[in-house]
Design a protein around this ligand. Structure first.
Ligand code: ADP
Length: 271
């Protein structure tokens, strides 16, 4: 194992327990999937805890976690690796997926549907029972060790079904559905992460619930747990409640004047 790779993988180790409050039995499901060497598919709206959950699972399993935020420019080489020219020498550098396979880590492809189709194809043999990664440029096929785990996420709200994955591959994934946490749970999360009082956190959660009901009125997505924490952070810094809600939540959700006004009224009714 070369030292650079060893150093790179160590950076992905999660050394202390991430704060994670379970919504249901997702932890047990993920740990069972890991024991059976099955890949995970995390579905749910943005900012509802998927990434935090993966950090927690990686910590529970004691495995490094390599996260890739997928985008439409992400190439196969970005995932697998490429030769870099250094002086007169060409040096191979593992991409995040190869690194994870070689070291028995967890590779988490966030927002997988954003990636190009030719890119998602590379995960097919890893997601099915072959569990192997062909690295054409090296003329190698790496067999994934039992510790390797593949996890992908997507947001069913604004992304269509996992159109880029073959049904045969898709149907290998253990699917975990995430929603926004129940109000009492979400209040505890906002209180802990945002370091604000519980009553204030509960009111932010109430506001979030109201914005989430605006989906029928054309709001793409209601306030996420992440946005509530952000507003809590502004409050913690001494901002007044109206400004914290406006800058931390509402303005991040839409530019539509009518929706903005409706949400301003919600803030006034709660605080
Ligand atoms: P996603 O990956 O679904 O977009 P994140 O995992 O980044 O969302 O969640 C956003 C933030 O919300 C996290 O950084 C964390 O502070 C908080 N959070 C959400 N759900 C939970 C949870 N169940 N336990 C602890 N923190 C949570």
């Amino acid at each position: 194992m070369n030292t650079t790779n060893q150093q790179r993988i160590e950076e992905h180790r999660i050394l202390s327990e991430p704060f994670y409050l379970a919504q249901g039995n997702e932890v047990e499901l993920a740990l069972a999937a890991a024991r059976e060497q099955l890949p995970l598919l995390l579905k749910g709206p943005t900012g509802c805890g998927k990434t935090r959950f993966m950090r927690y699972i990686a910590w529970r399993l004691g495995r490094p976690l390599i996260t890739v935020s997928c985008h439409d420019d992400l190439s196969t080489s970005d995932l697998i690796g490429r030769y870099l020219v250094k002086g007169m020498e060409a040096m191979w550098l593992d991409g995040p997926l190869t690194l994870a396979v070689r070291h028995g880590a967890i590779c988490y492809l966030d927002e997988i549907v954003e990636a190009r189709k030719d890119t998602t194809v590379v995960i097919h043999p890893l997601a099915d029972d072959r569990r192997e990664l062909p690295v054409e440029k090296l003329g190698m096929i790496y067999a994934a060790p039992p510790e390797f785990m593949l996890a992908v996420s997507y947001n069913p709200g604004y992304q269509s079904v996992l159109k880029d994955l073959k049904p045969s591959t898709r149907q290998r994934f253990v699917s975990l559905s995430f929603t926004y946490p129940q109000p009492a749970l979400e209040s505890r999360i906002v209180m802990t992460e945002g370091q604000i009082e519980e009553t204030l956190a509960a009111r932010l959660v109430r506001l979030a619930g109201m914005t989430r009901s605006l989906k029928e009125s054309g709001l793409a997505e209601g306030a996420s747990t992440r946005l509530l924490i952000q507003a809590a952070q502004l409050l913690r810094q001494g901002l007044d409640i109206r400004s914290a809600c406006r800058a931390g939540i509402i303005d991040s959700l839409t530019d539509d004047p009518e929706l903005l006004e409706a949400m301003e009224e919600m803030v006034q009714s709660i605080f």
